[in-house]
Design a protein around this ligand. Structure first.
Ligand SMILES: Cc1ncc(COP(=O)(O)O)c(C=O)c1O
Length: 397
């Protein structure tokens, strides 16, 4: 290290100047379209009855799209509230100047964390009478109502009051003078099932359980409490799932969780791109990459692409995906490595070092979606999107 760099006073400045000088599109990056987020919010809102609110779910860094950017465009598109998973995610949005109501969907159980929630105008999800009492004490101490959402477990078996406890406790909770119940909600576990719209589907059983609980607490007496149940898939089943608000993640990013709502057009907001860093020709019967998981069956022209599993591309996708260059598809071959992967470009004569390739996204009629990757990796598109690492710069367009 040069002597000047040892002085900690100078290091951050030098590093940040160097970072600014770098072109984020020189290796691998994610482009995020704010207009697509706005479009998708409007498209989903067109399915809702007037007055039904839209919560934009921006947890996990906006499903890998960058939470602040997504939040800003979701709000522009008409979102009323934001949903995050953790206290830190909520604090990040507040520190970036986001003023809209934010619900923390995960469980916050420590008094000190509930206090931070209160002080930063974040609404916690409450699944237990003990936390209701703590919130009431905080509101009392600071002489200000603590806004919260109560959650009921209607069949997800994750967070939420048990149905029978909830009905029993509700009179006590509503009597607490320093909390304001802004919402009561539950969460569907199988809304993307093929039979979800059938009368006896599990989604409908959960919905009826929810309705029963609401009737048992005489919810009509409290018209200002927002009732919500549906995620993206639940929202697409039909209006009977919408209640006063829907909580939308996947659809806002441009993907449908099931084959329902064929007419609904969404725009994927994310394009994953990388660059060709090297081109070589290898002989017939040559093993490609670690473990020789692909053996050439002809003299093969390879392009090395500068992206790998350390960027969030699952290694289990090795030999199962294709990339787009100039609206043509090229198969990925051999094991995906930490920072690089190879594609077979034997038939191409228009690919050069430095060219851009698309891993996820559109190019003149060719399209690769996280849903294709999820099918190939036996997982779900949510996991594909959340896997992208910070090493991939997010370029906002
Ligand atoms: C409680 C809750 N509501 C809503 C959502 C949004 O789900 P989706 O991305 O399917 O719309 C999630 C996401 O996992 C969630 O945990």
């Amino acid at each position: 290290m040069q002597s000047g760099l040892k002085n900690s006073k100078y290091v951050p400045q030098i590093v940040s100047r160097q970072l600014f000088a770098l072109d984020p599109t020189q290796r691998a990056w994610i482009e995020v379209s704010g207009k697509s987020i706005e479009y998708n919010v409007r498209a989903i809102k067109s399915l809702l009855t007037n007055g039904c609110q839209f919560m934009a779910v921006v947890k996990a860094d906006g499903y890998g799209h960058e939470a602040k950017f997504v939040s800003q465009h979701a709000i522009k598109g008409g979102a009323d509230k934001l949903g995050v998973a953790t206290l830190q995610e909520g604090l990040y949005l507040r520190s970036e100047g986001i003023k809209e109501p934010i619900l923390v969907l995960g469980n916050i159980y420590r008094r000190e964390d509930l206090l931070i929630c209160f002080q930063n105008n974040l609404m916690p999800t409450i699944s237990d009478i003990k936390q209701c009492i703590v919130c009431n004490e905080i509101g009392e101490k600071y002489k200000q109502l603590f806004y919260i959402h109560l959650k009921i477990d209607t069949g997800m078996s994750r967070l939420g009051f048990e149905v029978k406890n909830f009905v029993q406790y509700f009179e006590n909770i509503i009597a607490l003078e320093n909390i304001k119940i802004d919402g009561i909600y539950s969460h569907l576990s199988t809304a993307d099932a093929l039979d979800a719209s059938h009368e006896n589907s599990y989604a409908n059983i959960q919905r009826r359980t929810f309705l029963e609980v609401l009737a048992n607490i005489s919810i009509k007496k409290y018209p200002d409490i927002k009732i919500h149940l549906a995620n993206s898939a639940g929202t697409l089943i039909g209006k009977e799932f919408h209640f006063d608000m829907v909580r939308i993640g996947l659809c806002m990013y441009g993907y449908k969780p099931s084959q329902s709502q064929k007419k609904l057009k969404l725009k994927p907001a994310l394009t994953l791109k990388s660059k060709v860093s090297f081109i070589r020709i290898v002989d017939n019967k040559v093993g490609i990459s670690y473990g020789k998981k692909f053996i050439t069956n002809k003299k093969t022209k390879l392009a090395v692409i500068s992206i790998g599993y350390a960027d969030g591309i699952y290694r289990t996708l090795s030999n199962k995906i294709s990339l787009i260059h100039n609206s043509k598809m090229y198969p990925q071959i051999g094991a995906i490595t930490m920072d690089q992967l190879m594609i077979d470009i034997t038939d191409a004569n228009d690919i050069n070092v430095g060219d851009t390739v698309i891993l996820l996204g559109f190019d003149k009629g060719k399209c690769i979606s996280p849903i294709d990757w999820a099918d190939a990796a036996s997982t779900i598109p949510w996991e594909i999107l959340c896997a992208f690492k910070n090493r991939l710069p997010r370029v906002q367009i």
